[in-house]
Design a protein around this ligand. Structure first.
Ligand SMILES: C[S@@+](CC[C@H](N)C(=O)[O-])C[C@H]1O[C@@H](n2cnc3c(N)ncnc32)[C@H](O)[C@@H]1O
Length: 393
């Protein structure tokens, strides 16, 4: 049963939504001190499917966002006020309404001048950015991206933008219905783990998946740091293993990721992904050296490739192009695209390969690779050796 003041508060809330004056609602002062849920913030949001109220559930170590229609949201808020929270702050464009209660069940209401003059529904994109919440985000703090107050530290905005963009891109690639709940993901050359942590965080909170993620990293200090941070964040199914990509032993990987693994380390990762039958392979190559060293162009293009920078770019293009073709020859559908603006990082090309049911015309693809190699005087692409197909092309 609601107290009189609680009812008055709810009437004001309903009126604010009917009159399109609702700006924001915050539920706080939890009744159960041991509860993991600290507060709920409700904001208007404009989604593709229409206007919704977005609930950000703020837990001790994470934020979870859920969107509801207006009528669902009003029912939920009523229940929350009745059962879990003693305080509620309603912000509308005409007034602020504060409901405050004590554990004995006495409630008061205070009305004050409006803090907000206009309503700014979040766009779908803004909402996505909230999926990696900065508030109470332990790993972002440990990684030095945020300060103790949960604000992005000076100089870390680009990194945070990159993390968000990565999640936006990868979330579009991981169709949660295609993977088993305990999808197994390997992140090869995980480094300090920025993207590994964000992916685990995002998938666990925003999809029905319960991912099992392993980062493979050569540097023991980074592995120790990441494992410690994963424990602190209570990311139970995220671990980091010291080792090289080429010698790592992983079976039944569903998704293989290798971002900015230098030179042929990307090929090692792709080969591991193909051999373990990964359904999705995502790589962002960098430091392409192997093919550049072999370039021996004697045709008309030689006059263009005499310029170092053009030779370098051409070698990158051919290296990644052949990678994509080799993946296609192994039954994958591929996409190559820029995943983040060069303003944030020059290492921005992503190769995505999705295992396809359709049979690819192997012989035709291999003959195309052969023609390209001949044109550029390339003896071999490192990935051919790893997959034992050199004798075929
Ligand atoms: C440029 S960092 C990228 C880190 C992370 N993937 C990212 O994109 O933020 C590359 C990392 O891969 C590791 N690495 C490079 N080659 C490797 C190999 N063959 N085996 C394991 N780790 C490797 C390096 O130690 C480094 O930490």
């Amino acid at each position: 049963m609601l107290e009189n003041q609680q009812n008055i508060f709810l009437e004001k809330l309903i009126l604010s939504t009917e009159q399109k004056e609702f700006v924001k609602l915050v539920l706080s002062k939890k009744r159960d001190k041991n509860s993991d849920l600290n507060k709920i913030t409700v904001l208007p949001v404009q989604l593709k499917e229409g206007f919704r109220l977005s609930f950000v559930y703020n837990y001790q170590t994470k934020d979870i966002t859920k969107n509801y229609t207006e009528s669902e949201a009003l029912d939920l808020i009523k229940t929350e006020i009745e059962t879990r929270f003693l305080n509620a702050d309603l912000f509308t464009v005409s007034e602020n309404v504060q409901l405050f209660g004590n554990p004995k069940g006495n409630f008061g209401i205070k009305i004050s001048e409006p803090l907000f003059k206009e309503i700014k529904p979040l766009s779908h994109d803004k909402l996505k950015k909230q999926w990696i919440a900065t508030e109470n985000n332990l790993y972002l703090r440990e990684l030095g991206i945020t300060n103790a107050a949960g604000e992005i530290r000076p100089g870390m905005h680009d990194k945070f933008r990159q993390i968000n963009k990565y999640i936006e891109v990868v979330s579009g690639l991981i169709d949660e219905n295609r993977f088993a709940e305990n999808v197994k993901i390997a992140d090869m050359g995980s480094g300090k783990g920025y993207l590994t942590f964000a992916l685990y965080d995002f998938l666990s909170k925003n999809t029905k998946l319960k991912p099992v993620i392993s980062g493979i990293e050569f540097r023991q200090d980074l592995v120790d740091f990441c494992n410690k941070t994963a424990q602190k964040a209570k990311f139970d199914k995220l671990d980091f293993v010291q080792g090289t990509i080429e010698n790592s032993v992983f079976e039944n990987i569903n998704i293989l990721i290798a971002l900015h693994a230098c030179d042929t380390a990307t090929d090692d990762a792709i080969a591991k992904g193909i051999k373990s039958g990964a359904s999705l392979i995502i790589v962002a190559p960098c430091c392409h050296k192997q093919i550049r060293k072999q370039f021996n162009v004697t045709n008309d293009l030689a006059s263009v490739l005499k310029h170092g920078i053009l030779k370098e770019r051409q070698a990158e293009l051919i290296t990644d192009g052949i990678r994509a073709l080799i993946l296609e020859a192994h039954g994958y559908k591929t996409k190559v695209f820029e995943f983040i603006s060069t303003e944030h990082t020059p290492k921005n090309v992503m190769i995505v390969a999705e295992k396809s049911d359709k049979n690819s015309n192997n012989a035709e693809i291999l003959s195309k690779i052969k023609a390209i190699k001949n044109f550029f005087g390339i003896e071999y692409h490192y990935l051919e050796n790893l997959l034992d197909i050199r004798h075929k092309i």
